[in-house]
Design a protein around this ligand. Structure first.
Ligand code: A2P
Length: 357
């Protein structure tokens, strides 16, 4: 069977990569539709040697479509995905719109691919920083149990979209030219004040919660629980996050401190289980200065792990450093990978009790 696929937000930083990831995937594509807003309708994007014209999105755009890959912002997903599901399309959504909905599986294939079978038309792709962390921790969890995670992120500008990335480049240029830097987007479109990212660090990603956490930190806590324990409020693993935007274009870094239940686990054990896990690549050789870096992770589908150390003062506790391309494993590749798994499992169909929004 071949599938009619639509990419919603095809002109964005993630959408453009969805086109390339789909081109190099096992999903048999009969026809590809590229959807965006009226702003970019008429733009042409190449897919498998053919030029495809971008169309403005309307509910009827999804007529005859089997699979939708969406990355056009939460409100666009809320508006169009129920329309797509109603027309029989299975949607994999990269926005945060449906992630916490109990009727929507939140899937990182290496960790909880079985959840795909429970879909009712919509599957959610987790936040970029959550995805790479759970890929690195799942093999540890499976083998030694996990009681606690403390993570600090070093997140790239592209995580806030193409316009934020362009703003960051402009700031760097202005700084080097001795001009004043301007800021209209970062730290987040949704807040009142804006600060430059170039030659700076911004300890705010997304808006603030009442308890003083940012929404990005909230997402890392609750998405991790939903993916690893199948319950967004599970208490089996304690999770604590601090999220920081850094002046890097692509690929997020994370300092992850964790405690395992099996206190006999050694550093070598942790290295071995991560090395053997699909989707994770061990780059951990201090003698030869080998460790993951954003510029070497860019363009790759894997999650890279290094700097694994045992905390000498706390038995069963470890540090590690995790890097992945936030636009690929953190977004476009994880979405296309979910599509591949749906196809493999013959799950590209909307059930009768489909999601009505
Ligand atoms: P457009 O190019 O027409 O603005 P990014 O995350 O890099 O900022 O990209 C956002 C993507 O979402 C773009 O492809 C953008 O299309 C698309 N988009 C934004 N708003 C809408 C909308 N209301 N309907 C459809 N697509 C939208």
């Amino acid at each position: 069977r071949e599938y009619n696929v639509a990419i919603l937000g095809a002109t964005g930083a993630v959408g453009m990569r969805m086109v390339r990831q789909l081109e190099n995937s096992t999903v048999p594509v009969k026809n590809l539709k590229l959807l965006a807003s009226s702003r970019s309708a008429g733009t042409k994007i190449e897919f498998k040697g053919e030029e495809i014209e971008v169309e403005e999105t309307t509910p009827d755009s999804f007529e005859g479509v089997d699979i939708v890959l969406a990355s056009a912002g939460g409100s666009t997903s809320k508006k169009f995905l129920p329309e797509a599901v109603k027309r029989g399309a299975v949607c994999i959504d990269n926005t945060s719109a449906y992630r916490m909905d109990p009727d929507v599986p939140l899937v990182v294939p290496e960790v909880n691919v079985d959840q795909l079978a429970n879909h009712r038309g919509i599957i959610a792709n987790p936040n970029c920083s959550t995805i790479q962390m759970v890929v690195a921790l799942q093999p540890v969890f499976e083998k030694f149990g996990l009681s606690q995670i403390v993570v600090s992120t070093y997140q790239a500008a592209s995580g806030a979209g193409q316009s934020a990335l362009n703003e960051f480049y402009g700031q760097a240029q202005d700084y080097l030219d001795g001009k004043e830097m301007s800021a209209d987007i970062l730290p987040t479109k949704g807040d009142k004040k804006h600060y430059p990212l170039a030659f700076n660090l911004l300890p705010q990603i997304d808006v603030f919660e009442e308890d003083g956490s940012t929404h990005e930190e909230w997402k890392m806590v609750h998405e991790t629980k939903k993916i690893m324990l199948n319950d967004m409020n599970a208490t089996g693993i304690k999770v604590n996050a601090t999220c920081v935007r850094v002046p890097v274009a692509i690929s997020h870094g994370e300092s992850v401190y964790f405690e395992v239940e099996d206190k006999s686990a050694t550093k070598e054990d942790i290295q071995r289980v991560i090395d053997q896990f699909d989707g994770a690549v061990l780059q951990d050789d201090p003698d030869h200065q080998v460790y993951p870096q954003p510029i070497t992770a860019e363009g790759k589908r894997s999650t890279f792990v290094g700097r694994i150390r045992a905390d000498q003062e706390n038995p069963g506790c470890f540090n590690m450093w995790v890097v992945a391309d936030n636009l690929l494993k953190g977004a476009a590749w994880n979405t296309v990978q979910n599509a591949e798994e749906l196809v493999k499992r013959d799950l590209v169909r909307v059930p009768e009790d489909y999601y009505r929004g």
